[in-house]
Design a protein around this ligand. Structure first.
Ligand code: ZN
Ligand code: CU
Length: 484
């Protein structure tokens, strides 16, 4: 009798997420797991998908997101599912939606307003309350969650312009412990940003102490990615050593014209330190960054695009020079009128971006900002751009390496067991795509567009994307870290 499965993906070229060479096979799924990989001519299934001429890879893991709220407010997760992403790491750059006790006003504290600028979504007094809501109303993608240091500071401190005192440190540390117990995989910081820039290295070390006990991970948007990038790397390594946990350098880059070409220096230091401690890094495949709008940040960019503005939504998507012209103001004065607002900054060197992306240990993370009116195209385009533009187009690395950077490597670094690889027994998170056509459609001018070449996306055995539209499944789970 023919073996019967729930889902069969036939005639695929399997790129399994380990960097092993591609091979031809069928993939059979039963419930939420991969049951068989091989020639399964006699098998039958409730749903059969012909993947002739296409690649089947592990579902992509977005190593760096700000999807904390998107999973609740737009659970179909179209910007991510449409790219083949099946798991997102949320809560990055020090900003997490939870925990936030009632009565605080995080929406008035940039960059916390990137998650919510009207005040309704920071409504989880504990991390557990947030996890429970995600479990009760699952999104289309899985998630691994970080608790953000800036959110903790807003929750516990009335003056963000100084290091935390002993009581505040104790309370933040207790909140870290609560988050880890509830299922967070680690802590993130955004020491670059105003709500956390006054924090001392010692403050971060002290509040991160529970990470060691729970096998958590420390992710950081470093204090400085420009002139003092080396000092910031050293600070990050010290935090990792003193807490005794792996560190993730978020969206690694070197910013500002005087620093162009410094990536060989940063990557050499990372390589050297990797011999004695656990260090991971991610990057997005663009030479423009995106965050809140400020005068100081516009000063170091060659070009600035407005991504949103609360008082002036009509300027979303426009060049700041053009906005200043229309307002009849100098650039700095125009910025003041636009606030609170977000922006895209052209401030990196393409050669550095390619060197960092190609670095053996670099994971792919979008850093997409899902609530911006005119978002950076990385929100919808990151993964197809790596596969299309950088791997196929420029030949920066083979397809197998590109897939590894967005699957197996990321699952290993974040301790996501049985994810990120296609093998029998692993969870059935699978992305089928056309390696010949896959690419981003999003552009800086038209950033909200589903990618080309993504055929089918399966999350925990259920179809979440098919034929250019959502498949309806909301099978995402909150993943825990199993330290390996
Ligand atoms: Zn960041
Ligand atoms: Cu970020």
């Amino acid at each position: 009798m023919a073996e019967r499965y729930h889902l069969l993906i036939r005639n695929a070229t399997v790129v399994d997420g380990t960097r092993a060479p591609r091979f031809a096979a069928d993939i059979a799924v039963r419930h939420d797991r991969i049951a068989r990989i091989g020639r399964l001519d006699d098998a039958a299934a409730d749903l059969e998908i012909d993947a002739s001429g296409k690649v089947a890879a592990p579902g992509f893991i977005d190593a760096h997101t700000h999807d904390d709220r998107l999973m609740l407010s737009a659970p179909e997760m179209a910007p991510k599912i449409s790219q083949g992403v099946t798991t997102v790491v949320a809560g990055n750059c020090g900003i997490s939606l939870a925990p936030m006790p009632a009565g605080r006003r995080p929406q008035t504290v940039p960059p916390l307003d990137l998650l919510d600028e009207d005040g309704g979504w920071y409504r989880f007094p504990t991390f557990r309350a947030y996890v429970e809501e995600l479990q009760a109303k699952p999104a289309a993608t899985n998630c691994a969650l970080l608790v953000g240091h800036s959110s903790l500071r807003v929750a516990e401190m009335n003056d963000l312009g100084r290091p935390a005192n002993a009581d505040e440190v104790t309370r933040m540390r207790e909140r870290v412990r609560e988050a880890l117990l509830a299922g967070a995989v680690g802590v993130s910081t955004g020491l670059y940003y105003e709500p956390a820039s006054a924090a001392s290295t010692e403050e971060v070390i002290e509040i991160c102490k529970p990470l060691a006990e729970f096998g958590g991970i420390y992710c950081t948007h470093m204090r400085d990615e420009a002139d003092r990038v080396i000092d910031s790397l050293e600070e990050t390594f010290r935090i990792g050593r003193e807490v005794g946990v792996p560190v993730v350098i978020s969206h690694h880059k070197v910013v500002g014209l005087p620093n162009h070409g410094r990536s060989p220096e940063t990557l050499a230091l990372i390589t050297e330190r990797m011999k004695s401690q656990s260090i991971c890094l991610d990057c997005y495949p663009y030479s423009a960054s995106s965050t809140i709008l400020t005068v100081s940040r516009t000063a170091v960019a060659s070009k600035v695009l407005v991504t949103w503005s609360k008082p002036h939504p009509e300027f979303s998507g426009m060049d700041l020079d053009e906005v200043a012209n229309r307002m009849g103001l100098a650039k700095d004065a125009a910025v003041e009128k636009l606030l609170p607002a977000g922006a895209i900054y052209f401030s990196m060197d393409e050669a550095d971006v390619q060197r960092i992306l190609a670095f053996e240990h670099t994971m792919v993370g979008s850093d997409g900002l899902p609530h911006d009116a005119a978002p950076h195209p990385r929100l919808w385009g990151t993964f197809p751009r790596v596969l299309g533009h950088y791997a196929r187009g420029l030949g920066l690395f083979p397809l197998e390496t590109a897939v590894y950077k967005m699957t197996g490597l990321t699952a290993k670094n974040f301790g996501l067991k049985d994810r990120g690889v296609l093998k029998e027994g692993a969870f059935a998170d699978i992305t089928v795509f056309d390696a010949g056509t896959v690419d981003e459609s999003a552009t800086f001018a038209k950033p909200i567009q589903a990618a080309k070449g993504i055929d089918t996306v399966v999350v925990n055995g259920q179809v979440a994307w098919r034929g250019g539209k959502p498949g309806g499944a909301r099978a995402g789970r909150v993943l825990r870290r199993s330290a390996c």
